[in-house]
Write a protein that binds this ligand. Structure first.
Ligand code: NAD
Length: 498
């Protein structure tokens, strides 16, 4: 049944009167699931107004009380975990074990944000000069905008808004227009957990809503995740409007395999990295570089193992890889595969014509493997964001690292080796933000910061970890002297005893 998604403003679910909307689909069948309204500046204005009104009351709600609401939300997310996972698979396409994993990572961020009474503690130094003390107080700033992509529609919004509201801010969230339903359910659960009206607001839409968020003078900061071009634009536009911004962009991640690697474990890790979530992850491995004798071994093991990946509906327990998000994304991936062929890469496995019997309307691309790829080819440089592996050869670790460093992205990379020395040297020189050693996906952990380098990240403070608390608060430094005490002759300070 098709549904029209509504905005959530000041605790009310509102229809958007503009009339303009875009459809979103079940990617495994192609069936329309609903319409997302394309909000404009006036809907953003209404949400910012609600968020600004809610801010003083929410800010003065004690931090432990704010944390308790999030703690109740964590319980509700756990209680509804399975229904949320099924909903997420239905609108995104990734297989159930992957949606369960995404939910778990999302819940961990809510859990981490529950620690806000400790995370927000300031610093103090007594007697910084005679009779003078200094302290920092972390204070919330007001209304934050949060703009998120389609590929982790549960987890990525939870990288931001729980920390923002835990710290006492209020939020306007603009989720992806391609899979809005599961997070809408999470917002309902947040309401049930007791989050007061106006603390979290949701505005649906696309570019116009994003631009209105970047420009609005009532928004103090923006957290963005999406493709690099949009991340760069959002970063520039919101910063020009005086906001603090963290903008996470795209990726092209290299998996480098040394000849001494444990080949079975390495190939398992590479396959999970490349084809997990049908390659639609900013941490997905995409270029596999076999160093020296590693190349033929990786190639052989990988092609054997990939052939057995079963493509299908993510709700079917037998399925190993689901569809991609949309027909247009499928077509873009097919075009990039065609480009690889035109550039001279050899297609060892071609997923372009894969389809699933009984599900012919779904958005399918099968596992695809290119070999003899050279670093200048589009398949080695462009973010494909689909189930496509490019196999490169390198004569040495230096050459492999050089290939990786020529990429304009710097999100993640992995090294597979049994040598501690090689691993240490790699960590030292990689110049990439998230590094896996014998790990295919350098996964985001709530307690650590998350974000890339180069064109993969624009900003300073990253998502999650302690950075989240810094991004969503300002440190106010208070330096104080109380002359009434120091001049009181009966005060202990006038005596010599400690
Ligand atoms: P996208 O850039 O198309 O969209 C992201 C958000 O920006 C959405 O909310 C969308 O509505 C909005 N948007 C799209 N075009 C816009 C425009 N021209 N102006 C203003 N706003 C616009 O990204 P996507 O396709 O939803 O997600 C996939 C991308 O996100 C990939 O590039 C992937 O690598 C990246 N990503 C990065 C990370 C990370 O941590 N670095 C994590 C997840 C996804």
């Amino acid at each position: 049944m098709s549904t029209t998604v509504r905005n959530y403003v000041g605790g009310h679910w509102l229809e958007v009167p503009t009339g303009a909307s875009v459809p979103f689909h079940n990617p495994a069948s192609g069936a329309e699931l609903g319409q997302v309204p394309l909000s404009g500046a006036s809907e953003v204005e209404a949400a910012v107004l609600a968020a600004r009104r809610a801010f003083p009351g929410w800010r003065s709600t004690p931090a432990p009380e704010r944390a308790r609401i999030l703690f109740r939300l964590k319980g509700l997310l756990e209680e509804h975990r399975e229904a949320l996972a099924v909903q997420l698979t239905t609108e995104h396409g990734k297989i159930l074990p992957e949606t369960r994993g995404e939910l778990q990572r999302g819940i961990e961020n809510v859990e981490h944000a529950c620690g806000i009474p400790s995370l927000m503690l300031g610093d103090t130094l007594e007697e910084i000069a005679r009779g003078i003390d200094t302290a920092t107080w972390r204070q919330p700033l007001g209304v934050f905008g949060v703009i998120t992509p389609y590929n982790f529609p549960v987890m990525i919004p939870l990288w931001f808004w729980p920390y923002a509201v835990a710290a006492g801010n209020t939020v306007v969230l603009k989720p992806s227009e391609q899979d809005p339903l599961t997070h809408q359910r999470i917002v309902e659960l947040a309401e049930e957990a007791g989050l007061p009206p106006g603390v979290l607001n949701v505005v649906h839409g696309g570019r116009e809503a994003v631009e209105a968020i970047c420009d609005h003078p009532g928004i103090v900061g923006v957290s963005f995740v999406g493709s690099s071009g949009v991340a760069r634009t959002v970063y520039g536009r919101a910063a020009a409007a005086g906001k603090r911004v963290q903008a996470l962009g795209g990726a092209k991640n290299h998996l480098i395999v040394l000849p001494d690697a444990d080949m079975d474990a390495t190939v398992d890790a590479c396959i999970g990295s490349i084809f997990g979530s049908t390659g639609q992850r900013c941490l997905a491995g995409s270029v596999v570089v076999g160093v020296g004798a590693a190349y033929p071994r990786v190639r052989e093991h990988l092609l054997d193992a990939v052939a057995s990946i079963r493509v299908g509906d993510g709700l079917d327990p037998e399925t190993g890889m689901g569809p991609v998000i949309s027909a247009s994304h499928r077509d873009r991936i097919r075009t990039l595969i065609g480009q690889g062929v035109a550039d001279g890469a050899r297609l060892a496995l071609d997923g372009r014509e894969v389809t699933v019997p009984g599900r012919e309307g779904g958005f399918w691309v099968g596992p695809t493997v290119f070999e003899d790829v050279t670093p200048d080819m589009a398949v080695a440089q462009e973010e494909i964001f689909g189930p496509v592996a490019a196999l490169n050869r390198a004569a040495s670790v230096d050459e492999a690292v050089g290939m990786m460093q020529r990429s304009r992205y710097g999100n993640a990379c992995s090294l597979f080796t049994t040598s501690g020395g090689a691993a240490r040297e790699f960590r030292y020189r990689a110049g990439i933000s998230m590094i896996g050693i014998n790990i295919g996906v350098a996964a985001p952990m709530a307690f650590f910061p998350f974000g890339g380098a180069r064109q993969s990240f624009f900003g300073d403070l990253k998502a999650a970890g302690r950075d989240a608390v810094s991004f969503f608060t300002d440190q106010r430094v208070v330096i104080s002297r109380w002359s009434d005490v120091s001049s009181d002759p009966h005060h202990p300070r006038q005596n010599t005893s400690p």
